[in-house]
Ligand binder design. Sequence first.
Ligand code: FES
Length: 179
Amino acid sequence: MTYGPSAGQLVRPPEHHHDEPHVPVFVGARRDELDTIMSRYPTKMAALLPALWMVQDTHGWVSEGAVEEVAQVLDLTAAYVKGVLSFYTMYHQHPVGRHFVQVCTTTPCNVCGAEDVVHAFLEHTGCGELGLTSSDGRFTVIEVECLGACGFATPVMINNEFIESVTPERVARIVAEHD
Ligand code: FES
């Protein structure tokens, strides 16, 4: 289903991004950062989650090439890294918009109108559908389970920013504030 006049502008995650050569993350200062993290743990494997987070922080998502790089620096198999990567929903296995919008639609927020908030985001961002990226590359919108702010429906996370008590009427302004 699509919403609003932007429905014709939908784009799926650009496939060509999957073919682009991976630009290594763990060089220079970022390698030093990873070495510092690894020094806190008894094994390299224990640094896997922060290493994946560093990749996503750098490239916006975790590509197959990045999986290979992480596996190499942590002395793991790519299959193991991929298994961990696919378990945690906080990691993106495909390119997403610069602003990754997560709207809680679990029951307590749903009864307070969370679905209307989702629809407003899909319309005002131009995403049109959950999980798609707007044609300007700015937004991807998804629904998520409880964000731990049930008393402040509807809570929304945009990247690391937490916004409470979002109503459909607030959405246009929130979108405009995120270039
Ligand atoms: S149910 Fe929405 S934040 Fe808990």
